[in-house]
Ligand binder design. Structure first.
Ligand SMILES: N[C@@H](CCC(=O)N[C@@H](CS)C(=O)NCC(=O)O)C(=O)O
Length: 215
């Protein structure tokens, strides 16, 4: 079965899916989309697949699925049901889901709200949006406590998703030094399979885009 993966390497939600797929040993067939210049995500054929016109979207047979965190759970459920990355125990799984929702609804949201206007439209940072960034990283610091990972002290898809979200402040040279546990956690997760070719490259692309823009 070929799983088509509509994606843009710079996008953190795309990279989060790619990182999870690499750790689950699920292979994806990359279908790169130019969403910046050619705006291929707004073409009719793509809107039919995903009316929300976001990347990532996967197509697996008759299933077209958007939303990065839903895609991760699907890949684990369908292709790696025994993987400890998405534990079967309902209580552990509930905690993994909780951190996936924390990531998409709070952590990554605060990053996107603060960093994207600067990254995408060269706007000055809005100081009113920074407290949410600090608050959400602070929550993560508390959740980690003395553990290396968020759930049962073992790596899960929630850690891989959150580590990928943390690449956005990294790409924007935003220091995590006020949050030593988060900083150590982020470093630890950089040992994940294919980190360099997925997130290392994504960070480089965003940095390259920023320095081109600054000229
Ligand atoms: N919640 C979505 C967010 C996806 C998203 O916003 N992707 C951006 C790129 S980082 C995108 O596709 N933007 C183009 C658009 O919204 O038209 C997910 O996690 O998949």
């Amino acid at each position: 079965m070929v799983i088509d993966f509509y994606q843009t390497q710079a996008s953190p939600p795309v990279r989060a899916v790619a990182l999870v797929a690499a750790s689950l040993n699920v292979s994806l067939n990359p279908k790169p989309l130019d969403i910046m210049e050619k705006k291929e995500h707004l073409e009719d054929w793509y809107i039919k697949l995903n009316p929300q016109h976001t990347v990532p979207t996967i197509v697996d047979g008759d299933l077209a699925l958007a939303e990065s965190r839903a895609i991760m759970c699907y890949l684990a459920n369908e292709y790696a049901p025994d993987s400890p990355l998405y534990p079967k125990c309902p209580r552990k799984r509930a905690l993994v889901d909780r951190f996936l929702y924390f990531d998409i609804g709070t952590l990554f949201k605060s990053f996107a709200d603060y960093f994207y206007p600067n990254l995408l439209y060269a706007q000055a940072y809005d100081p009113e949006k920074e407290p949410k960034v600090k608050e959400s990283i602070g929550f993560l610091e508390t959740f980690l406590g003395d553990n290396d990972y968020l759930v049962d002290n073992a790596v899960t898809i929630a850690d891989l998703a959150i580590a990928t979200s943390l690449t956005l402040p990294d790409s924007m040279d935003y220091s995590l030094s006020a949050f030593p546990k988060v900083e150590a956690y982020y470093k630890r997760l950089q040992g994940s399979p294919k980190w360099d070719e997925i997130n290392g490259l994504g960070i480089e692309i965003i940095r390259g885009f920023r320095s081109m823009r600054a000229q």
